[in-house]
Design a protein around this ligand. Structure first.
Ligand code: SAH
Length: 259
């Protein structure tokens, strides 16, 4: 590594342990796509292992200095480096409507935004794998009843099977982050279309968890629940007591009540 002046505001923590980079690349199942997009390749530690896979590897990187580095050091990436902000980039520009997997040692400062953006594009993303700060990776995979079960867990698991794979310690990064990291894989469900109004589902989940200590009867007041519906025992519960399936049922009930 001949250039390490990490930019904090871009969440730059470069992997120095090649075996971890390889382990992350190996989390891809390579089923259901033949293109992979790596978010935030930096100096290409993970990219190198992706390039060995029987898929087409693309990268998207916001930092022009990293883009220059990749251009010089990875001729195999020629024409496949997107010098843009993932959160603002329209993937159709390069990929049309082709399905692709997303992977990365992600910039932790925008972790949740990356997940939300992926969920918006779920029709084209059969698989999503990579590394976040441990707490975020765990939260995404968490089941009901736990303190950290929340919006991210329900929304991600509504469409994807989420698996927490392994934990990575601080000392394999330059510079080391303040927290441990966790690697996960989301595999889109075979049938990922929900049997309810999906837009309403997103809104209900967010509204319920925004006041997570309240019962649903209180937190979902804005939906003008009819007296009849309010009697339903599901409204005695707090959001962390509901599974994904329960949230779907809840959404159906609210829709039937008329919004
Ligand atoms: N994958 C590399 C670098 C990880 S650090 C490694 O493991 O060593 C995170 C990387 O994400 C940095 O290179 C940073 O420049 C990049 N990044 C930060 N915000 C981004 C964004 N919005 N879109 C694309 N890349 C981004």
């Amino acid at each position: 590594m001949d250039r390490v002046k990490a930019k904090k505001h871009l969440g730059q923590h470069f992997l120095k342990d090649e075996s971890i980079a390889k382990d992350i690349a190996d989390t891809l199942t390579l089923q259901g796509y033949d293109k992979v997009l790596e978010i935030g390749p930096g100096m290409g530690v993970l990219t190198k292992y992706l390039l060995e896979k029987p898929v087409e590897t693309y990268v998207i990187e916001i930092d022009t200095e990293s883009v220059e580095y990749l251009t010089t050091h990875y001729p195999k990436l020629h024409g496949k480096i997107i010098s843009e902000d993932f959160l603002r980039y329209n993937l159709n520009t390069v990929f049309g409507d082709a399905p692709l997997a997303i992977i990365g040692n992600f910039p932790y400062n925008i972790s949740t935004q990356i997940v939300f953006r992926t969920l918006e594009m779920r029709d084209r993303i059969p698989e999503f794998a990579g590394m976040f700060q441990k707490e975020v990776a765990e939260r995404i995979c968490e089941k009901k009843g736990s303190k950290t079960y929340g919006i991210l867990s329900v929304l991600a698991q509504a469409f994807y099977d989420a698996e927490y794979l392994f934990t990575v310690s601080e000392d394999v990064f330059i510079p080391p982050p303040k927290v441990k990291s966790g690697v996960l894989r989301l595999k889109r469900k075979e049938n990922y279309h929900l049997p309810c109004d999906e837009k309403l589902f997103f809104a209900v989940v967010k509204t319920a968890f925004n006041q997570r200590r309240k019962t649903l009867r209180n937190s979902l007041k804005t939906y003008n629940l009819s007296d009849n519906l309010k009697e339903d025992s599901i409204f005695d519960l707090r959001p962390e007591q509901l599974s994904v399936e329960d949230f779907i049922v809840l959404t159906q009930k609210i829709a039937a009540n008329g919004i």
